[in-house]
Design a protein around this ligand. Structure first.
Ligand SMILES: [Zn+2]
Length: 367
């Protein structure tokens, strides 16, 4: 049975409607619709979908961990650190040299911190069992991967390809059992302009048109094919911008990573931990991740992610951070907050599924 699996990044449950997304709406009425309970996670969500494990079970939560074996300890990276574009290419190259196939960007991670971090995933998701025993195509631009059993072939698509291009490149690969790609434009637009912007509305309509064309073509060619349209998380507008860097001591006796909704610290001494703790507590919007909260959110309690981890809730956003630095990059919309139904994703399928599922529970219906 052929399976088409499309991730529509950032399509929250509240964004599917008769007016804005007529195709998706009709398709879900004719077939099955589930709300997917998401996790307070980033990299961990897609991983949960295909591994069937929560971030707590798999250990995959945030994109980076502190590691002595960072692939970014590379002399070329240091030499070209003045040019962000070359630095990013070299970052990818350095990961490939180490035999890694999950390629993380280096974003705006300061040169002083980059050498302490490794992407938590070493391999692309196509190495998960779900793909391994099938004939598949897996397309996450720029990587286009064909696989059959243990054999995989990775091709690089050098020129940027939009969602429609991605969809059709994927399904034009006729001889496969599983087809997987991710549509990214909606996520990108809502980050940049906000969830309630007119740009987001247009992006939503365009996404619906892409899905309409792609799914129709797939089902024409494979009338018995199974279709799974899912999203990893919803979205929220940002109202409060918190400059966490300004709160931190000037003398940095710690290693740190500031992301959009979390900040992670590893300390040289007990006194530096105390100092940071005290300074961050001054801002009441900043919450401390405790062992109990980690358990509640089903995320790993693991020092590789930080000896101290703080986070914020919906509407707040750490800016600047190690992903977005300049005003031009500043996000007006964000995701990755704990325990909030606006953050939940969806699954629409022509295969029978329950009305509510956790991300990690989808796998048994995919098989
Ligand atoms: Zn995003």
């Amino acid at each position: 049975m052929k399976k088409l699996i499309i991730c529509i990044d950032a399509l929250g449950k509240d964004l599917v409607s008769k007016e804005e997304t007529p195709f998706l709406y009709q398709f879900s009425k004719k077939n099955y619709f589930a709300e997917l309970k998401t996790y307070f996670a980033f990299t961990g969500i897609e991983n949960s979908f295909f591994s069937g494990k929560s971030p707590e079970e798999s250990g995959v939560w945030f994109e980076f961990i502190k590691s002595k074996k960072s692939p970014f300890k590379n002399i070329l990276l240091r030499l070209f650190s003045f040019n962000p574009k070359i630095r990013n290419y070299l970052g990818a190259f350095a990961q490939l040299l180490k035999g890694r196939t999950y390629l993380a960007g280096v974003y705006n991670i300061p040169n002083s911190q980059l050498k302490y971090f490794s992407p938590v995933l070493k391999n692309g998701l196509w190495k998960e069992d779900f793909f391994r025993n099938k004939k598949f195509v897996f397309y996450k631009w720029p990587l286009f991967v064909r696989g059959c059993g243990e054999k995989t072939k990775i091709k690089i698509v050098p020129k940027y390809e939009n969602d429609l291009g991605r969809f059709f490149r994927l399904i034009n690969e006729k001889n496969s059992e599983v087809y997987y790609t991710q549509l990214m434009y909606l996520d990108k637009t809502m980050h940049k302009f906000g969830k309630s912007s007119s740009e987001a509305k247009i992006a939503l309509k365009e996404m619906d048109i892409v899905l309409n064309k792609g799914v129709k073509k797939f089902l024409e060619e494979n009338p018995k094919g199974e279709v799974f349209l899912w999203s990893d998380h919803g979205f929220a507008d940002n109202f409060n911008f918190i400059n966490i860097e300004e709160l931190l001591p000037e003398k940095k006796e710690f290693i740190y990573f500031i992301a959009g909704t979390t900040a992670h610290f590893w300390f040289n001494s007990k006194s530096s931990k105390k100092e940071v703790f005290k300074k961050l507590k001054k801002n009441k919007r900043i919450k401390i991740l405790t062992k109990n909260l980690a358990k509640k959110y089903q995320i790993p309690w693991d020092k590789r992610y930080g000896e101290l981890i703080v986070f914020i809730e919906k509407g707040d956003y750490f800016f600047p951070n190690f992903y977005q630095k300049s005003e031009k990059e500043k996000y007006l919309g964000m995701h990755g907050y704990p325990d909030d139904s606006e953050m939940n994703g969806i699954l629409i399928s022509n295969k029978k599924i329950p009305k509510k599922l956790k991300m990690s529970e989808v796998l048994e219906y995919l098989r």
